[in-house]
Each structure stands twice: as structure tokens, then as C-alpha cells.
Design a protein around this ligand. Structure first.
Ligand SMILES: *[C@@H]1O[C@H](CO)[C@@H](O)[C@H](O)[C@H]1NC(C)=O
Ligand SMILES: *[C@@H]1O[C@H](CO)[C@@H](O)[C@H](O)[C@H]1NC(C)=O
Ligand SMILES: *[C@@H]1O[C@H](CO)[C@@H](O)[C@H](O)[C@H]1NC(C)=O
Ligand SMILES: *[C@@H]1O[C@H](CO)[C@@H](O)[C@H](O)[C@H]1NC(C)=O
Ligand SMILES: *[C@@H]1O[C@H](CO)[C@@H](O)[C@H](O)[C@H]1NC(C)=O
Ligand SMILES: *[C@@H]1O[C@H](CO)[C@@H](O)[C@H](O)[C@H]1NC(C)=O
Length: 432
């Protein structure tokens, strides 16, 4: 038992540790640096940030882009974003001081509704980037700036180095030159292009973002009275150093609440055997002649966070025959065209796209109807339960298969080996 838990724990990290996710093999955040204009002593530059991820998004407080200049460049002015520190501009003489003189500026997006003369195309989203699946208008951010040219000759390009996107779990590579970006003009009848274009690619690793999981799964079925809770210590254990939680009926101490401007508040969770901020419950609700019905509930046990634009990715072989999904948006995710066993759920705008904090009705739920595919459908051997679930792109811990609710008439002796094989198989599929 303990071994299985450890194995699961390790496994859920192995798949994510090198930043490669088999469900979204092309996942990345891409930064494009376009040199638009050479004014003699200054450059005009346009920087765009694209979230090329199917199901991972960037929430408030949002991205914070930084880089290191190669020489003594300063940013004279900026539109669509701002540097959080001006830094020391004492080496500059003149009536007007630059926007930022730091060797390593940190740039944040402007808020929606920023002053009109400070805006630019695709700017001002408060650092929020939606996933590609959820909102096509929100997965891109852009800003413009005017910088001075470096005063000494730099061998190679002046392109700065050491980019960072300022989000937990993301690592950015070195800039590389790509063919110049082209821009549409006159309703696509004419194209202009940048003088030079460089890309930087940033990838996510769940293990780097957090050494412990953030989500667990509990299971039940109409054919069994067993409710399988989240595994013990799925996310952390009560009693271990650093564990903190709030008992039901108690309210958190004021000292424990995050400060107003804290980056990403450390989760403060309800006390439970698993200490996860998010619990997903999968209930096999009903079986009809040709269809079966599953109810999925997402519980927020975090007292200090509302999850906006949350999403859930589920892997189950019968998802290729989804007939209807109630109260959530649904889209099949097909990284490999032939296997259609993965789908993504997310909230309906203004209805349940915000998963409120624990204590404020912190749950959302859906039911879905799936067509029984007679070739593969069965209630035996835990087949009706999900193979893999991720909340906001982070793997959830699923209880070991030998704990699954079983059909009343399943013989006990035949159970164990079958379960093990089935489970190893599904692991193999996931790993491949
Ligand atoms: C560079 O990034 C842009 C968007 O950021 C992307 O469309 C383009 O394919 C990238 N080019 C390369 C060669 O990776
Ligand atoms: C910089 O390099 C150019 C040619 O590449 C040269 O003409 C110029 O004198 C150099 N300037 C300095 C300050 O070294
Ligand atoms: C790159 O940035 C990191 C901080 O993000 C810093 O610790 C490191 O020294 C920088 N490296 C270079 C070569 O500037
Ligand atoms: C979550 O949203 C509710 C209702 O909009 C609000 O009262 C609460 O302060 C929010 N909590 C956090 C941590 O932002
Ligand atoms: C299967 O996946 C493709 C995308 O790869 C999607 O267009 C299609 O609707 C999916 N089929 C079902 C039944 O979900
Ligand atoms: C389920 O989906 C698969 C693949 O799309 C299809 O071949 C099969 O006929 C479907 N079964 C039912 C019962 O709809």
C-alpha cells in the first residue's frame, strides 16, 4: 500500500519533471522580440508573449518579464506595460529621465483600462493569459518600447540574455533568431516586416512549480456503498513540519491570511487526510441501456484563493463517446489524432468560471452522459474511473486501483492480479 502511494507520488512527478506533457506535447510560452525601427541612436522594439498551452493559463498577479541587458541600454519609454522600478538613472544627463535604467528590468502588464496614450495593440490584460482552448482572444500579450543603443560595440547582437517570465515552474531558454515577423496592413493586401526577430521559449515543469501535488481525486459509484477518499497525505501530511490547516468551523488566524499584495498566496487549506487545496470527486451516477452518467465535483479547500478560469483535463477511454456535458464547457483534446480519450472541462463565463474559496460555496459540478461503447465498456475492474486528472494543468493524485469501489458480484480472488495488470497498462499508456 505504502509502496503504491510512493510510486504514485513519484510517477505523478516523473511525467512532468522534464517539462514535457504527453497530453500537450507542444506546450510552451513563447516570447517574440521584434526590432521594428532603427532610429539612429534608439531602437523601437515590440515584445509579444504567447501562451501556446492547451490547458495551462496564467492568472493574476500575472507574468513578470525580465531580462539582462548586455551593455548600458535604458528604456526611454514604454506602451502597454511598465517596469516596476525605474532604477538609478544618475548616469543620464538631460531634461527627461528614462522609464527604466536597470540592468535587469522587470516588466509587468498594464491593467485593463490603462491610460489611452499608454496602450498598444493586444496590451493591458493585467498579466493574465488564457489557455489556447479557453479563450482565443486572451492568450497573447504585447508591449512596445523605445531603448537607446548600446554605447560600446557588442560582438554579435545586442539581444539581451537571461530571460524570465516570473511565473512559478517556468524556465526560459536563450533567445534565438527566427525569420522576421510579418505584419498585415491595408486589410492583408500589404505586408510589412520587422528588421530582426528573436524568440525565447519558456516551458513549465510541475515539479519545479511545487514539490508536492496540489490536487487529489476521490471516487464513488452507484453500485457500491464504498466511497474511496483521497489517499492519505496526497498533498501533505498533518503533523509533518510546515503543515498548517484550518479545522471546519474555525476561521483562520489573521496572521495566517496573505497580505494584500502577496504574489501567489501560499495555500491555506481545510484540515483533511490529504491536505490538498483541490479535491475532485468522480461519481459513477447511473447506468442506462445505452448510456451511463458520471458526476464530477471540484471542491476548493483553499481558504485564500478563488480559481478564475480553472480547467480540468480528464483521461478516460469512453470520453471518445461523450454525448452531453452539463453546466461546463467541454472540448476533446486530441494531441494524437487516433486516440480520443482525453477531454478538457472548464467553467461557463459568469456562471461557474470562478471556483470560489473554501467557505464561500467553493465547489462547481457537472454531469456527463457517455455512450456505452460495447467493445470496451464495463463496470468491472474500476474501468469506469478516470485514468488521469489534472486541475489547471497539474496532476491530481488518484487512489490506488485496489481501493476502487467494486461491483457487488466480483469474486474477490480474481481481483488483485487483474487490477494490477490493468493499472500497469494504463500507466504504460500514459507514459508513452
Ligand atoms: C517564434 O514565436 C512565434 C510566436 O511567438 C511563433 O509563431 C513562431 O513559430 C516562433 N518561431 C520559431 C522558429 O520557433
Ligand atoms: C563599432 O564598430 C564599427 C564597425 O563595426 C566601427 O566603425 C566603430 O568605430 C566601432 N565603435 C567603437 C566605439 O568601437
Ligand atoms: C540570470 O538571472 C538570474 C536571476 O533570475 C541571476 O541569478 C543570474 O546571475 C543571471 N545570469 C546572468 C548571466 O546574468
Ligand atoms: C473570492 O471572491 C469572493 C467573491 O467575489 C470575495 O469576497 C473574496 O474576497 C475573494 N477571495 C480572494 C482570496 O480573493
Ligand atoms: C476527437 O478528437 C478530435 C480532435 O482531435 C475532435 O475534433 C473530435 O470531435 C473528437 N471526437 C469526439 C467524439 O470527441
Ligand atoms: C465511440 O467512439 C468510437 C470512436 O469515435 C466509435 O468508433 C464508436 O462507434 C463509438 N461508439 C458508440 C457506441 O457511439
Amino acid at each position: 500500500m505504502v509502496l503504491i502511494v510512493i510510486f504514485l507520488f513519484l510517477f505523478s512527478h516523473i511525467s512532468a519533471s522534464y517539462g514535457f506533457d504527453p497530453l500537450d506535447p507542444k506546450a510552451k510560452i513563447s516570447i517574440t522580440w521584434d526590432l521594428m525601427l532603427d532610429n539612429g541612436d534608439t531602437y523601437d522594439i515590440r515584445v509579444s508573449v504567447y501562451n501556446f498551452q492547451l490547458f495551462r493559463h496564467v492568472e493574476r498577479p500575472g507574468w513578470k518579464l525580465s531580462w539582462t541587458w548586455k551593455d548600458d541600454e535604458v528604456i526611454w519609454d514604454m506602451w502597454g506595460a511598465e517596469a516596476i522600478q525605474q532604477g538609478s538613472c544618475s548616469r543620464i544627463r538631460g531634461q527627461v529621465l528614462p522609464h527604466c535604467c536597470q540592468k535587469r528590468p522587470v516588466i509587468v502588464d498594464l491593467m485593463p483600462g490603462a491610460r489611452f496614450n499608454k496602450q498598444c495593440t493586444n496590451c493591458c490584460k493585467g498579466g493574465v493569459l488564457s489557455s489556447m482552448t479557453q479563450d482565443h482572444s486572451m492568450y497573447l500579450a504585447a508591449f512596445r518600447m523605445n531603448i537607446n543603443k548600446p554605447s560600446v560595440n557588442i560582438t554579435g547582437s545586442f539581444m539581451p540574455v537571461n530571460f524570465s517570465i516570473g511565473l512559478p515552474g517556468y524556465t526560459c531558454g536563450d533567445p534565438f533568431q527566427v525569420p522576421p515577423t510579418k505584419f498585415k496592413e491595408d486589410g492583408s493586401r500589404r505586408w510589412t516586416q520587422a528588421l530582426e526577430t528573436w524568440n525565447v521559449t519558456c516551458v513549465y515543469s510541475q515539479f519545479q512549480a511545487s514539490p508536492t501535488p496540489k490536487c487529489c481525486v476521490s471516487l464513488s459509484a452507484f453500485y457500491s456503498s464504498t466511497i474511496v477518499p483521497c489517499s492519505h497525505c496526497s498533498c501533505y501530511c498533518q503533523g509533518l513540519p510546515g503543515a498548517r490547516c484550518v479545522k471546519y468551523g474555525e476561521s483562520p488566524h489573521l496572521l495566517e491570511l496573505p497580505h494584500a499584495n502577496e504574489e501567489e498566496p501560499h495555500p491555506l487549506v481545510r484540515c483533511s487526510r490529504h491536505l490538498c487545496p483541490i479535491q475532485i470527486h468522480w461519481h459513477v451516477k447511473e447506468s442506462y441501456r445505452e448510456y451511463w452518467r458520471v458526476k464530477i465535483t471540484i471542491n476548493n479547500l483553499n481558504l485564500v484563493k478563488n480559481y478564475s478560469q480553472w480547467n480540468l483535463v480528464v483521461l478516460h477511454p469512453n470520453l471518445r463517446n461523450v454525448t452531453e456535458v452539463f453546466s461546463f464547457n467541454y472540448q476533446a483534446l486530441g494531441p494524437y489524432a487516433t486516440i480520443n480519450d482525453t477531454g478538457m472541462f472548464w467553467g461557463i463565463q459568469y456562471y461557474n468560471d470562478m471556483l470560489l474559496q473554501a467557505g464561500l460555496n467553493g465547489n462547481v459540478q457537472t454531469e456527463m452522459l457517455m455512450h456505452k461503447d460495447q467493445d470496451i465498456f464495463t463496470f468491472r475492474q474500476g474501468w469506469a474511473f478516470p485514468r488521469r486528472i489534472a486541475f489547471n494543468g497539474d496532476e491530481c493524485v488518484i487512489p490506488p486501483p485496489d481501493e476502487y469501489p467494486e461491483l457487488p458480484n466480483v469474486a474477490h480472488t480474481a481481483k488483485a492480479p487483474l487490477f494490477t495488470t490493468l493499472y500497469s497498462l494504463s500507466l504504460l499508456i500514459v507514459l508513452l
